[in-house]
Write a protein that binds this ligand. Structure first.
Ligand code: AHG
Ligand code: MN
Ligand code: MN
Length: 332
């Protein structure tokens, strides 16, 4: 029994802070703000079938994808909490073309920038399947004042925290500040996240692989051969929700591999380096797994653009080692 078992997220964050003698409490406050915003989003997700909040909002985001109403809601909610919380100097969101610099006095003096995919897996909203929120936190590189784009374009190795919330059969918040990964389940009767999955460790292999198999014919040769090997030699089962948070949550807990490789029409893959790949890679590495783009460790990549995309192979170490071998043997 872990000494923290069952305690609330807020208590856990405070207790953890004591492990860092130099901690100022600012990061803890920021994490708590994200936790509260996610509870408000969760409330809307839960009643999505009851009110006119389902369906498209009629706008497209910077990736030319149709924005869903809940995407807009989640984005606005997180931005509000982050702007008002006083610990965040800037926000980069999948749903906003440019960075949002928090221009209050607190914001200009704050130390952290937050990047987020406010609602991931939006194609699953209408069918009541798992969706999520992904976030990551860096220390700003600039000094005080308005933040700038450079503060956001940092490699994953520089993260101070990352996590996701999964709005699934139960709602969970999973996060890391660089000393392991912990998962909290929302207890709706008290409205608190309670520690349910202390120190998550990803098994070094797993029963499932996860990929959009419809794209198989346009994957690189190494990936096609690798999938053939998973299916024919290793008899792995295919599991694919189409929501990265859902597919990643299974992979983190049970092992296996999740892939979104390059395709002919999307040579950089589909998923966003800063909002999806880096935070998930950080969590997977913290849990003992690995994440690459087939050539580089995801956490070593230095982003050059806010909305940059990146292929991803993420999961159990033994399955990732095989990816390396297929890349070496089959090239691109
Ligand atoms: P988002 O809803 O934030 O745009 O992300 C959707 C992403 C990700 O969650 C998932 O892994 C992937 O899109 C699924 O893409 P395909 O439908 O191409 O498989
Ligand atoms: Mn997403
Ligand atoms: Mn999204």
């Amino acid at each position: 029994m872990n000494r923290y078992n069952g305690i609330t997220l807020d208590e856990f964050i405070i207790l953890k802070e004591k492990d860092y003698p130099d901690a100022t409490g600012n990061l803890s406050k920021l994490l708590r703000d994200i936790g509260v915003a996610s509870k408000v989003i969760n409330r809307e997700v839960n009643k999505a079938g009851l009110v006119d909040i389902l369906g498209a909002a009629g706008a497209v985001n910077v990736q030319d994808e149709e924005q869903q109403k809940l995407d807009v809601y989640a984005n606005n909610m997180l931005i509000n909490y982050l702007k008002n919380g006083g610990q965040c100097t800037g926000i980069g969101s999948e749903e906003n073309e440019d960075i949002i610099a928090v221009d209050t006095e607190d914001g200009k003096n704050a130390h952290y920038v937050v990047l987020m995919d406010p609602l991931d897996g939006s194609s699953n909203i209408d069918i009541n399947a798992s969706i999520g929120t992904i976030f990551s936190i860096y220390k700003r590189k600039s000094n005080k004042g308005l933040c700038n784009l450079d503060d956001f374009l940092q490699e994953g190795n520089k993260l101070v925290a990352a996590g996701y919330v999964i709005y699934g059969s139960s709602t969970m918040l999973v996060y890391s500040t660089g000393s392991g990964v912990n998962g909290f389940t929302l207890d709706p009767s008290i409205g608190e996240y309670c520690l349910s999955h202390p120190d998550i460790r990803t098994p070094d292999t797993g029963k499932y692989y996860s990929v959009n198999q419809a794209n198989y014919s346009s994957f690189p040769t190494h990936t096609r051969r690798y999938i053939d090997w998973l299916v024919n030699e290793k008899k792995k089962g295919l599991r694919y929700i189409g929501s990265m948070v859902g597919d990643m949550h299974r992979t983190l807990l049970k092992g296996g591999i999740f892939m979104y490789p390059a395709t002919n029409s999307a040579p950089e893959g589909k998923l966003r380096l800063l909002y999806e790949c880096i935070p998930m890679a950080y969590l997977m590495v913290q849990a003992g797994g690995r994440a690459t783009d087939s050539k580089r460790e995801i956490l070593d990549i230095i982003p050059s653009q806010l909305h940059e995309r990146c292929p991803i192979y993420i999961g159990s170490t033994r399955l990732l080692k095989r990816v390396d071998e297929f890349v070496e043997n089959f090239g691109d």
